[in-house]
Design a protein around this ligand. Structure first.
Ligand SMILES: NC(=O)c1ccc[n+]([C@@H]2O[C@H](COP(=O)([O-])OP(=O)(O)OC[C@H]3O[C@@H](n4cnc5c(N)ncnc54)[C@H](OP(=O)(O)O)[C@@H]3O)[C@@H](O)[C@H]2O)c1
Length: 382
């Protein structure tokens, strides 16, 4: 299906003061202080994850800072970590008398206390994590100052800062590492409405690179096509279009001066195999996810006659292989791009009266994600 987008209080009255005191009292008695989303063993996230309160942190030891998380996303890989099927593993933590794992790999935190012998970090600084699988689904953590990356002041909105470590750098690096793309070149991608896909569209468009984007069909498809087009997508199709013979003809016409040399794949399965038929000679297929949970099968002829090259990309490996300076440079580059926030929903568990109530809401949301909820969910535990 080919679719296009159309289109503080100076002098409070006594009554007000009573209301404020009543509110404060209700808040402090209604909930414990700090909470974490934990699990004792791998399994289905909606069954094994639970919310647990813990005592306030003591002051940080030398070389460390206490941080308070403001927002932490739930990414597909976080789900895989909890399931026990992801190669990067968290280390066990002691939370209120239990040895458990804390979920979450990225998030925006604020420095709230600075230990001795720490340079360059101050109370109120916004930081993200320089350490993988640290456990970001928590109100507060103590962390070595070396394991945080200070974010450029004013560089990001709260949501963008909370989601800056994984998806935008993946999009940026995949667009720069494999093919030397110039203005008017073309990129093909699936999972185009994913957070990575949204970043790919925007980063490509800023360079005048055109994108052909594939998404799954849905009742509000027109809205999705419009929002991706507004981000800068050149064309948006559902996978159903791959069985329409006219698609290849259209693509050939559009790309006649610059046949497609980059396909970004986070889905795999037969639809991705069909997408490879749209590629030109000497193209590169970069796989960075497998949301369909199906293998990727490729015709041998593509390698022989069209000189296709295939790659895997893992941002985690990029971080392992690059210096802190390179990482900070990438953060500055991304800040300058001023990307639109990914489509998202915030799951605010801070007001829940008990750990049980917070766990129930969390599990309801995890069930929704498992069923295919399309927006990025971010956790707020404070
Ligand atoms: N390798 C790396 O370094 C790296 C880095 C970042 C992300 N990733 C991977 O990239 C992918 C996207 O991550 P994200 O955080 O951007 O995701 P996200 O915003 O949570 O979006 C998930 C995407 O997957 C699609 N999807 C889900 N199930 C699908 C299925 N059965 N068939 C086809 N599409 C399906 C969704 O489409 P609908 O809207 O139709 O449900 C949506 O486009 C994930 O696989 C993630 O693990 C890899």
């Amino acid at each position: 299906m080919l679719r296009q987008c159309a289109t503080r209080l100076s002098r409070p009255s006594p009554l007000r003061a009573i209301a404020i005191r009543a509110d404060c009292f209700a808040t402090s008695s209604a909930r414990r202080t700090d909470r974490a989303v934990i699990y004792a063993e791998n399994g289905n996230p909606a069954e094994v994850l639970r919310v647990k309160s813990y005592d306030p942190l003591p002051p940080p030891p030398p070389g460390s800072v206490n941080i308070r998380f403001r927002l932490s996303p739930i990414n597909p890989s976080d789900i895989n970590v909890v399931q026990g099927v992801y190669p990067a593993k968290p280390t066990q933590q002691h939370v209120s008398g239990e040895d458990v794992f804390i979920g979450g790999n990225e998030g925006l935190a604020e420095v709230v206390d600075v230990g001795s012998n720490v340079d360059g970090l101050h109370k109120g600084d916004w930081v993200t994590l320089g350490k993988a699988q640290f456990g970001t689904w928590a109100s507060t953590r103590v962390i070595s100052a070396e394991d945080v990356i200070k974010l450029p002041a004013g560089g990001f909105s709260e949501v963008n800062a909370a989601t800056i470590n994984v998806n935008p750098p993946t999009a940026y690096n995949m667009l720069h590492q494999f093919v030397d793309l110039k203005e008017d070149d073309w990129v093909l991608q699936n999972g185009a409405n994913s957070a990575v896909g949204q970043a790919v569209i925007q980063i490509a468009a800023r360079k005048g690179i055109k994108t052909i984007n594939f998404v799954r069909s849905r009742p509000d498809l027109d809205n999705l096509i419009c929002s991706l087009t507004q981000l800068g997508a050149t064309h948006v199709f559902t996978y159903d279009a791959l069985s329409d013979k006219s698609l290849a003809k259209h693509v050939k016409q559009w790309t006649s001066k610059s046949p497609i040399r980059l396909l970004l794949n986070c889905v795999s399965g037969p639809d991705t195999t069909a997408m490879t038929r749209l590629l030109g000679d000497n193209a590169h297929l970069v796989s960075y996810g497998a949301m369909s949970k199906k293998p990727l099968s490729l015709p041998t002829s593509l390698f022989i006659f069209k000189n296709l090259t295939t790659h895997g990309y893992w941002q985690h490996r990029w971080y392992q292989e690059h210096s802190r300076q390179e990482r900070e440079k990438l953060m500055r580059t991304l800040a300058n791009l001023k990307l639109k926030e990914p489509e998202h929903e915030i799951l605010d568990l801070s007001g829940e009266p008990s750990d049980e109530a917070a766990t129930k809401r969390l599990r309801d949301t995890l069930t929704k994600i498992e069923a295919g909820f399309s927006k990025k969910v971010l956790l707020r535990l404070q």
